[in-house]
Design a protein around this ligand. Sequence first.
Ligand code: ADP
Length: 551
Amino acid sequence: MVSLSTQLKKRGKFMSNMQSWKQNVGSIINYAERIFPEVEIVSRALSGEIVKSNYGQVAKRAKKLGSSLEAYGIKHGQNVGSLALNTYRNMEMYYGISGMGAVMHTINFRLHPEQVVYIINHAENRIIFLETVFAPLLEAIQANCPTVEKYVLLCSKEEMPETTLKDAISYEEFIDDGDESYEWPELEEDAPCGLCYTSGTTGNPKGVLYSHKSTLLHAWAGSSANGLGLDKDDSILMVVPMFHVMGWGLPYIGAMNGIKLVLPGMGMDGAALVELIEKEKVTLAFGVPTIWLGLLNYCKENSITLNTVKQTVIGGSAVPYAMIKQFDEEHGVNVVQGWGMTETSPLATANIKTKEMEALPKEELYKLQTKQGKPVFGVELKIIDDDGNKLPEDGEAYGKLMIRGPWINKRYYKHDSDAVDKDGWFDTGDISSIDPDGYMTIVDRAKDVIKSGGEWISSVDLENAAQSHPDVMQACVIGVAHPKWDERPVLLVVPANEKKDKDSIYAFLEDKIAKWWKPDDIVFVEELPIGATGKVLKIELREKFKDHLMK
Ligand code: ADP
């Protein structure tokens, strides 16, 4: 008898007989067009008007865009730049650009113009799509962006502003001659489809180049039971910007599952968001903590309850205990915390509410929800010490958080060497613990952790404790140089009312933190500087307060 391995060898290789499928993000929108054409994509236009599209229309217009780009001469693998808000046209670009074989290169318009110039040059963009409001920004820098030969403004011919941008045309004219039954070309599954640069608080921004395969796998993981907590009938408010980490994969996840998307455009203030939530019966909302802080305050001041919303998925920085509690007590909204980064597509862990969690007393539940969650299938995590030794997952030990998986960055765009070690582990730059149940908790970003007399203090934990004080709206803890202890914590507080009582905050913290964690000072500030991705810019605060404890 011929052995199985010989039979397989005869057939060629040790391979299965299943079909190989060239994964292409274009296939996602084709599916949505066929199966969920009527499911709505609702956007707020620049005019403030609420505009309705759906997956069927997005698919057709994406194909018109793809064929127009091909006719223009854009080649596979070329990066097409965009400075765009969350709207249906951005959805069309996600599919039209990637589907035709080019790379959807999202540019964060909140970055410093010098960084925008760096990114455009580094990505060698030939075409840039932009909202009309960003025309002045690009007009001011276009002389420094020699690779760009054409600017497409996201508007109709009638809405075209006066502009000096090179070879400028409106989006509607650009796609006008396109073919709505254009067929996506067959692409290699490892071919690039998206490009996003990290914010680059230190050094130049670095590009992460996503593939069709990584994007599809990530979208499947996000759709899974341990993913992003979706329900088929959800109406999703995407406050996460589509220019940052491919909108957390939601443009793909929405289309894959036929879920309604609500896109807020420029309207990120409390009133605009509440209007969208109420009109579009939003059930699930995605965003970073600073956005929700603003929304919760707005609701409180105006006695508004978010009646339709069931869950909110929050990530990007640690979600304070007080926010989880407020969402639940005042709005009946469950908070799912997620953790990830540009380099991880971004979904890596999520804290999905389980039956067991529902049975917990509220205080314990909220505490558990301050953890960043369990890894979704496909992502491997470990924590290591400074010598690279694996640390126990006992919920106590903490060290560098390492990650690997099929949607994790291996090498930054155009870098000469890999960003992972020989076993494929990527160093996240975060310090974490992992508990026996698999929950990962971020102790701090490595660069934010406070090193006091050789011991570490978690700024995240301190902020969490302080933020629960009723007179504290927002808390931020930074390490400040100290003559004896190297660094000591200083707590910056944005007050919730006129009361600015340091003693009351110190007394409140007493039984919540170790004695030696007590901040050396509490400083009341009007606001905290927020960076391009909605996070508090600790680097700026450290600079500002660097001599604060030296006096
Ligand atoms: P940026 O460009 O702003 O650095 P990233 O999204 O890549 O954007 O930032 C990723 C980092 O954000 C993570 O390494 C981590 O430090 C932080 N982060 C993301 N989600 C969370 C979370 N849920 N809790 C704490 N920190 C988080």
